[in-house]
Design a protein. Structure first.
Length: 343
């Protein structure tokens, strides 16, 4: 393949706009269009990245026939849009999670499987494209840490997360799901059983949790602990506190923070900038999100297996469902892993 892949984005909110930027900057793709329910927003992003704004996905598909499509709309409206995108014949990069709940995620995967088995569909779990997590996975795969015994994962945001995302999603499915997948991916094990406790405060108005701590039993015999919250004040010095710690019989591997070692002291105070996920410098997007999208493009271009399959993404969501059931019942809950092979 010598020509550029034609690429488009459905939904150009904060994350969708970054998808458009990544396609615009990648030498292997030509950004041919963007779609958003807010047409003025679509026009603004289209102007920024020298492409065309469309009022509907159908209009985009009819005019451009894109080979790769990012579906970056909210999960509560994603189902029909993702099906329509799959029917177009494009390779899909879906934002996570797949759907608001496990049943809808299973239905979506079944429909996509019927439509387009031989496409490079994937889901944007950015920690798999974060070099720090990839390094830990490589060390574990090489046996450098021995037999894995414990994993600790923390992902703490501020209460601004509740204000922004609380009305339409929840802490576990939007935030903690990253760490649940990272635990399984780095260790090569599945999460089989969970027990969770929660604190409910501001998010009570949306019927979900402000903070969750959970114990997870892995198929390799290891135990993991998850801590996640939307609790700290919006002016907290770090917009995201992330930690990942793996202990094995042969050693320890640890990730601390998302500021890449940068600390800022100024008249306005002390801060740790978020430099791991999608930093932008000199007009260029980098970080784990850019790595994830570039990897997707390479997988389509060279016909390679994606960083995460649809089934793996579904199984991360199945752990969320088990955690939600544990919170509801107060009991340890087994995880419903899907027995399916992606093709």
């Amino acid at each position: 393949m010598t020509k550029k892949l034609t690429a488009a984005v459905i939904g150009v909110g904060m994350i969708g706009r970054l998808h458009a930027m990544a396609y615009w900057q990648n030498a292997r793709t030509a950004l041919v269009g963007v779609v958003d329910a807010d047409f003025e927003k679509a026009k603004s992003v289209a102007q920024e990245f020298e492409t065309t704004a469309y009022r509907s996905l159908a209009e985009l598909i009819s005019s451009e026939h894109p080979e790769v499509l990012s579906v970056a709309v909210r999960e509560d409206v994603r189902y029909k849009i993702a099906i329509e995108a799959a029917k177009s014949g494009a390779n899909l990069l879906l934002e996570k999670p797949l759907a608001p709940n496990l049943a809808e995620a299973d239905s979506l995967l079944d429909e996509i499987e019927k439509i387009s088995l031989n496409k490079q569909h994937t889901v944007n779990f950015v920690l798999r494209a974060d070099q720090r997590y990839a390094e830990i996975k490589q060390r574990i795969d090489q046996g450098a840490l021995g037999e894995i015994c414990t994993v600790f994962a923390r992902r703490r945001g501020t209460s601004a997360g509740a204000d922004i995302y609380g009305p339409w999603t929840n802490l576990l499915i939007s935030t903690a799901i990253h760490d649940l997948d990272a635990i399984m991916w780095t260790t090569g094990a599945t999460i089989e059983r969970v027990y969770a406790e929660s604190v409910v405060k501001k998010c009570a108005q949306w019927n979900h949790e402000d903070a969750v701590v959970a114990t997870l039993k892995l198929s390799n015999g290891a135990i993991a602990t998850l801590e996640t919250s939307w609790v700290m004040p919006p002016n907290y010095y770090s917009p995201l506190e992330a930690q990942f710690d793996v202990v094995g019989t042969g050693g320890n591997a640890r990730i601390t923070g998302s500021n890449q070692g940068v600390e800022i002291f100024s008249e306005s105070g002390y801060s740790l900038p978020e430099l791991s996920s999608w930093p932008i410098h000199q007009g260029k997007l980098s970080g784990a999100l850019r790595n994830s999208i570039d990897n997707f493009i390479d997988c389509v271009y060279f016909d390679r297996k994606p960083l995460i399959t649809l089934t793996e993404a579904r199984n991360a969501q199945s752990v969320v469902a088990a955690l939600q059931e544990s919170l509801k019942t107060g009991q340890a809950t087994n995880v419903d892993l899907r027995k399916r092979i992606d093709k």
